[in-house]
Ligand binder design. Structure first.
Ligand SMILES: Nc1ncnc2c1ncn2[C@@H]1O[C@H](COP(=O)(O)OP(=O)(O)OP(=O)(O)O)[C@@H](O)[C@H]1O
Ligand SMILES: [Mg+2]
Length: 335
């Protein structure tokens, strides 16, 4: 009898060495630099980091939605359910967006069309990808509105976005995003604009849909409390680089990169006095001012001479699946 070796489940989303450029005043800058991570089916990976560190650009690169002419993927690979999407012609990408991979954004009002009823907008996705029209589309829209727990859906299907509260509009966006049961859902700060109760409801809803459909979720957030409650892995970005990636428990117990450690110290916690908060001094450098080597060096308390060289992403928290991009504690780092 031959031994059957169980095959490793392929990731739903695999980002490998992704470098995305932005053209500013005629010069291309690497706004996302060699980013790699994977998200398995049913898994939630959190992408965190300060404002301007390249989280949304990473998501836009995956969705093929970079601003035309000024943004492009310079190198690397993105596979969704095994399909390479980098370099895909727009016509082909249109067939995947909303179908294989979907995205929900922070502020639904900017993504919903204010002059079209919400039911019509949800039906648009169904028309495009599933060929549903008329009564069949309307019935499916109602089913989706019920699925995302919009009360009185039959009465509200023809209402306009402004007639919905922020939380309900976010549910409409989620209904549109999951209408075609995508393999991958990118959620770019979908709850930041909501109050905490509604935020918890929306997070629960995403988790329920994920459990039912087996979606992989990449959740972009500033909120480390949200990370702790929903993600199994964390990817920390700084200045376009992944500086640390770890299983969520390990990350909170042993944040290894000085930036991650500083990020955790800057967050209010119930078990700490408010005056023990330590904001990270300085700001993320702009793309024009990015230093060579480690991009955190100008703000780092442990900066060394070697930091002018870019550190590799290597195991750094005691576990092989906990990696960080820092010279600290490495022989080459001079310690
Ligand atoms: N359309 C654009 N034109 C010029 N620069 C841009 C554009 N979009 C993003 N950038 C720049 O690219 C960098 C990364 O931006 P990105 O939006 O990915 O950050 P982010 O991590 O999502 O931040 P936030 O938490 O504020 O949403 C920033 O320096 C930003 O100013
Ligand atoms: Mg963003």
């Amino acid at each position: 009898m031959t031994n059957v070796v169980p095959l490793k489940t392929p990731p739903a989303l695999a980002v490998k060495d992704l470098t995305t450029g932005l053209k500013i005043r005629g010069i291309w800058h690497q706004a996302v630099r060699g980013v790699s991570f994977e998200v398995m089916p049913r898994e939630t990976v959190a992408l965190v980091g300060e404002s301007g560190c390249g989280k949304s650009l990473t998501a836009m690169s995956i969705m093929g939605l970079l601003p035309a002419k000024v943004g492009k993927v310079l190198s690397g690979s993105v596979t969704v359910d095994g399909r390479e999407v980098v370099g895909l012609p727009e016509r082909e990408f249109e067939g995947l967006r909303g179908n294989l991979v979907s995205m929900i954004f922070q502020e639904p009002m900017t993504s919903l069309n204010p002059v079209l009823p919400v039911g019509f907008q949800i039906a648009e996705t169904l028309r495009r990808h599933r060929g549903l029209d008329g009564a069949a589309a309307r019935a499916e829209v109602l089913r989706l509105m019920n699925r995302v727990q919009i009360p009185a859906s039959a009465r509200r299907i023809d209402d306009y976005p402004h007639q919905f509260s922020g939380g309900m509009r976010q549910r409409v966006m989620i209904a549109m995003a999951v209408a075609c049961r995508p393999k991958v859902l990118l959620a770019d700060e979908p709850t930041t604009a909501l109050d905490v109760t509604i935020q918890a409801q929306v997070l629960n809803l995403i988790a329920e849909l994920q459990a039912e459909d087996g979606m992989a979720v990449l959740f972009i957030t500033h909120n480390l409390g949200v990370v702790a409650s929903i993600a199994s892995r964390v990817v920390v970005m700084y200045g376009g680089d992944v500086v640390e990636t770890a299983p969520v428990d390990d990350f909170f117990q042993r944040p290894s990169h000085p930036y991650s450690a500083a990020l955790l110290k800057s967050v209010p916690r119930a078990d700490r006095r408010p005056d023990s908060l330590e904001p990270i001094p300085g700001q993320v450098p702009t793309l024009f001012q990015m230093p060579d080597g480690c991009r955190f060096q100008s703000r780092c308390a442990h900066v060394m001479e070697v930091c002018t060289r870019r550190p590799p992403l290597l195991p750094g928290g005691g576990r092989p699946d906990h990696q960080m991009r820092c010279w600290l504690g490495r022989p080459e780092g001079g310690l």
